[in-house]
Design a protein around this ligand. Structure first.
Ligand code: 3HC
Ligand code: NAI
Length: 709
């Protein structure tokens, strides 16, 4: 047929194999190849049944996501190809059996559902993850899935996109059989059996049993909509996915397909979908490090050690245990060790009680963690992660100690969030082995590590760190060394503007509500209370001598700290908290402090608009982000976007701060930054890169392209 799709025969069964590595996406040529093969097999009198299978490591991972950008930018007509292809398959009088291994996702599952029967290996997964890309299934998924599995399962799968393992898919009616042993042989036998049964091939479009009770359907749709409200704040696609599933429950198949097409198009052309597709490729792009070959031999990480078992050390230790890597867990006293281990146990137990981990898995993970008070076994470790207090003198002392006991090829990583990695490395005789592994809190939950390359960090240490992040189920983002690195350096500007806005007239609740409604996981002031206001207070004091004289600094947070208001941990910060409750409650005392501080500083309070809150906070991120890009601290704008989405609760559907700036238009952003500079002075000095891109009509995405991404 073509190289992408081949047709062979196993006796009286035709076997159609898709060969489009790495994931058999339905790129141009694949749907055409499938339809041509089905038509050829249909014509061939010696063929009684057909098997469709993916070559390589997986069945079909979905439509080719790269094609969507071409459609929305007008380079290509909307891909109307898939639905008619599936129609041809479904209408084929000979039974087609889909044989699934790896993943049948998106258009892959839709293709499978247009086959008459589906068999899978037990390790296979099926799913409709389109909503994660800001779209809905667009090739009949919202119409065939409810007919096979009922409205409740279809609504859940189409609105949230989580993968469904084969055994559960079997229970739900999505697949017909699990094959033990050779998949193709099993599928061929199944096709032969179906052909011999003499029954007409079963078409999902004709099934009505599971969608026949309007009461059941309505209850499932209402539950789906409720869940979307709770879990998918601000997102368009999950809502539209439920609307499409509803159409399946109310309309004849063809009308349902038309409704699906209309909703699909609405989603595909939305800013959300463009942003989420940027995020999909962004997550993969950040793994590519210019100048570091993919083939560089990595340092095998078979055993790890963590120094410091507090908030971060405990979480980091759990990451290693979760990945099956034995890990030494060192503290300075038995008491601290017991406390740290107790918290790890409590965290695992909570996951067990939620049913997301078995007791046996918890026991296995705990058994991988070896609590220690000395460096005795540290020479066995391939990586040592330091997570002691944020004090340079202490970190240097620890690294000097590690230098004496660690193997020469071991990686020495620091979890510092602000300190100079080069200075830490200077405490060792092997700065090439030293690197920053900045985990985010809670480290066992947050999916990102900011990997800070020191001046001398070796390519092998960098490459191993990036690969290790993936092994720990995280996204590693490589950044350069500067105060606060990429993330906290930008965040400092964002937090600063949030606090200036308070002094100028906004309220704590107003600033937080505006950013929450924009899509941030939490407002900036609530984040401060969560992280602990004392943490940044200590950092501010440490770096105060570096502030240019006369520069405006936020005036209220120091006062809150002086009053012992450190945030949630002390029951009061920007908000007040009731015992045992994390809900932030407005605090008139804070409002009073803000007003008095503003009056004392001669700041005239005024009404602050939503627009100003958004522009001051978000453009401060963008302006500093542009500086960070120009300095090479971030490799690409997409690295900044990914760090903000994964580490700082930035809404993925906005694509990250730099992508968002592109969607606003850099000309407009730059003009605002210039206006803010006039109003607020040099803190808003526009980034030369922002200026250059704005004036030449370019975007940060263009900047990334110019870097070869
Ligand atoms: N289209 C285009 N490229 C894809 C792709 C797709 N659907 N799925 C994966 N790729 C690319 C990745 O970008 C990556 O490229 P790179 O090597 O150049 O960075 C390569 O394939 C390998 O992918 P991963 O690194 O993600 O490989 P993993 O083995 O870790 O994961 C996977 C495999 C689970 C299949 C994962 O790639 C995945 O989740 N893919 C997306 C699935 C998806 O969202 N499907 C729905 C598409 S939309 C659709 O089908 C619409 C339909 O309703 C009409
Ligand atoms: P923490 O105060 O909770 O824990 C530090 C632990 O280190 C304490 O338990 C202490 O007993 C132990 N310790 C000190 N000296 C030691 C030594 N010589 N050997 C073994 N243990 C020793 O601090 P936290 O919050 O875990 O911070 C640790 C590091 O992580 C700091 O560098 C911090 O900047 C960084 N970080 C913190 C984040 C947070 O949100 N808490 C986020 C990201 C990084």
């Amino acid at each position: 047929m073509s190289e992408l799709v081949t047709l062979s025969k196993d006796g009286d069964i035709a076997v159609i194999t898709i060969n489009n590595p790495p994931v058999n996406a339905l790129s141009p040529g694949v749907p055409e190849g499938i339809v041509a093969s089905v038509q050829a097999a249909q014509k061939d009198g010696s063929v009684k049944g057909i098997v469709l299978v993916g070559g390589g490591r997986t069945f079909i991972a979905g439509a080719d996501i790269k094609e969507f950008g071409k459609i929305t930018s007008g380079q290509k007509d909307r891909n109307v190809g898939l639905h008619p292809v599936l129609q041809v398959m479904e209408d084929c009088p000979k039974p087609i059996v889909c044989a699934i291994h790896g993943t049948a996702f998106g258009g892959g599952l839709e293709t499978a559902m247009a086959c008459h029967y589906r068999v899978a290996v037990a390790s296979a997964q099926v799913g409709q993850p389109e909503c994660k890309l800001g779209i809905i299934p667009g090739a009949g998924g919202t119409q065939r899935l409810p007919r096979l599995a009922g409205v409740a399962v279809a609504a859940e799968m189409c609105a949230f996109g989580d993968p469904v393992p084969a055994p559960r898919a079997l229970q739900a009616g999505i697949i017909d059989k699990i094959i033990d042993g050779d998949l193709v042989a099993g599928a061929v036998a199944y096709a032969r059996e179906m052909a011999a049964s003499g029954k007409p091939s079963r078409r999902a479009r004709d099934l009505t049993g599971k969608i026949s009770d309007p009461k059941v359907n309505e209850a499932a749709l209402a539950a789906g909509r409720d869940a979307v409200k709770k879990r998918s704040r601000g997102l368009l696609a999950p809502r539209k996915a439920i609307d499409a599933v509803e159409a399946a429950s109310r309309l004849p198949f063809d009308q349902g397909i038309a409704k699906e097409a209309e909703l699909f198009k609405e989603c595909l052309f939305s800013d959300q979908s463009k942003a989420l597709i940027h995020v999909f490729f962004g997550e993969r792009a950040v793994a590519k490090i210019p100048g570091i070959s993919k083939d560089l031999p990595l340092i095998p990480i078979k055993r790890a050690a963590v120094v410091g078992g507090g908030t971060m050390g405990g979480g980091i230790t759990m990451n290693y245990a979760n990945a099956g890597i034995p890990v030494l867990f060192k503290e300075i006293s038995q008491e601290a060790l017991d406390k740290g281990l107790g918290i790890i146990k409590k965290n695992y137990a909570a996951t067990v009680s939620k049913g997301r981990l078995t007791q046996e898995q918890m026991d296995q993970r705990m058994a991988l963690i070896e609590p220690v008070l000395t460096y005795d076994k540290f020479e066995e470790a391939d990586i040592i992660v330091e997570a002691v207090f944020e004090e340079m003198a202490l970190k240097k002392r620890v690294f000097t100690e590690l230098d004496k006991i660690a193997r020469p090829d071991a990686i020495l990583a620091s979890n510092t969030s602000t300190l100079n990695i080069d200075e830490i490395a200077s405490a060792t005789s092997r700065p090439a082995q030293v690197i920053g592994h900045h985990f985010f809190s809670p480290a066992n939950v947050m999916r990102v590590i900011e990997i800070v390359r020191g001046k001398q960090s070796s390519p092998r240490v960098i490459a191993t760190s990036m690969a290790l992040a993936k092994k720990l189920n995280k996204v590693g983002i490589l950044v350069g060394n500067c105060r606060g690195f990429l993330g906290n350096r930008m965040f400092h500007h964002y937090q600063r503007e949030a606090q200036f806005l308070l002094e100028e007239g906004a309220t704590v609740e107003q600033v937080d509500a505006v950013l929450y409604d924009y899509g941030m996981a939490m407002g900036p002031l609530a984040v401060g209370d969560l992280a602990g206001l004392d943490v940044s207070w200590r950092i501010r004091k440490e770096f105060k001598h570096l502030d240019p004289p006369g520069i405006r600094v936020p005036l209220v947070s120091d006062q809150l700290c002086e009053l012992g208001r450190y945030g949630q941990k002390t029951g009061a910060g920007w908000y007040r908290y009731e015992a045992g409750n994390r809900t932030p409650l407005p605090d008139p005392q804070v409002q009073k402090i803000i007003e008095q501080t503003a009056a004392k500083a001669g700041i005239k309070r005024r009404a602050i608009s939503t627009e100003e809150i958004l522009e001051r906070t978000l453009y401060s991120l963008v302006n500093e982000g542009a500086n960070i890009l120009a300095e090479g601290i971030a490799l690409r704008a997409v690295d900044i976007d990914m760090l903000y989405i994964l580490g700082y609760g930035y809404p993925a559907y906005r694509g990250g701060p730099m992508w968002y700036a592109d969607t606003v238009g850099l000309k407009k952003v730059y003009a605002k930054v210039c206006e803010f500079e006039k109003q607020h002075g040099s803190l808003w000095a526009p980034s030369p890169l922002l200026k250059e891109l704005a004036e030449s009509g370019k975007t940060f995405a263009d900047f990334d392209k110019s870097k070869g991404e």
